[in-house]
Design a protein around this ligand. Structure first.
Ligand code: HH2
Length: 258
């Protein structure tokens, strides 16, 4: 899953693809590099990020979704807002990716239930502005599983089929570096939820902390190391910035490990 952020303030690529034409070009490049899905977002969710209005989010995302729809890969829309989900699905997106696991907007779960589209439920506590104050766990992996199970239950109650749900442990969301490491080591317990597992570690701060790499754009090698580790622990979808390098690493690893 290639990341396409149309934001001025994303933590690692903010501003890189701000203009719709540049974003469309970047999306086409990722398709050529072997991305299986493009994840298009218009709101940064980095720690402490300010929220963006749904109108501004749609202004950023919709032209890019419309231009990249029908180019051979499904598009997901990375949003917490039901209005943006609906508009993006109408414009050609096929998947909803919600960092709040459909909890931010009360209209989101019924919308996804009605549309019958696949959805990624990511684990977080609080909001991007407050989440790091909630990074306290007795057993991070067990608590993440329990909280995701509750979100799966809420989605199912709104008409979403379990077979349409993927789960994501939310690397860096209400989690310290130690929590991220423990979560990845114990990733297999997520598989018991009966959903595909998505992992998004690309260029995140904990890779900088593990490797001593301050500049987020220099964290591709560490991101690939985490991605291959996550695949070995049961993940099947990696959300990444560096598509070509990740595809090469995954193809090579799959021949050896498969
Ligand atoms: N991480 C980010 C955003 N959306 N969605 C899923 N499913 N999993 C993730 O780990 C995830 C996500 C944050 O990363 P990024 O989009 O690169 O930055 P920003 O939120 O600053 O735009």
């Amino acid at each position: 899953m290639g990341i396409l952020n149309i934001t001025p303030d994303s933590f690692s690529d903010g501003g890189d693809a701000m203009d719709a034409a540049q974003a469309i070009e970047a999306g086409q490049r990722m398709i050529g590099e072997g991305a299986d899905v493009l994840d298009i977002g218009g709101e940064s969710t980095r720690p402490g990020a300010a929220p963006v209005s749904p109108e501004e989010e749609q202004r950023r995302v919709l032209p890019v979704v419309a231009a990249l729809a029908g180019r051979g890969v499904p598009l997901s829309v990375d949003t917490r807002n039901a209005g943006t989900m609906a508009a993006a699905l109408d414009a050609g997106a096929a998947i909803v990716n919600d960092v709040s696991a459909l909890s931010h907007d009360p209209m989101a779960a019924p919308l996804v239930g009605r549309r019958g589209c696949p959805v990624v439920l990511m684990h977080m506590r609080g909001t991007p502005a407050t989440m790091m104050a909630h990074a306290a766990y007795g057993d991070v992996a067990a608590e993440v599983v329990a909280e995701l199970a509750a979100r799966i239950g809420a989605a199912e109650a709104a008409g979403v089929a379990r077979s349409s749900i993927a789960v994501d442990p939310g690397i860096g969301f209400a989690k310290t570096a130690e929590h991220n490491i423990m979560m990845l080591k114990r990733l297999p317990i997520l598989l018991g939820l009966g959903c595909r597992v998505v992992v998004g570690a690309s260029r995140k701060r904990f890779i900088g902390q593990l490797s001593g790499t301050g500049d987020a754009k220099q964290r591709m090698p560490g991101s690939i190391a985490v991605g291959l580790y996550a695949l070995s622990r049961g993940a099947t979808i990696l959300r990444v910035h560096d598509v070509a390098a990740t595809v090469q690493a995954v193809r090579t690893w799959q021949r050896l490990a498969g």
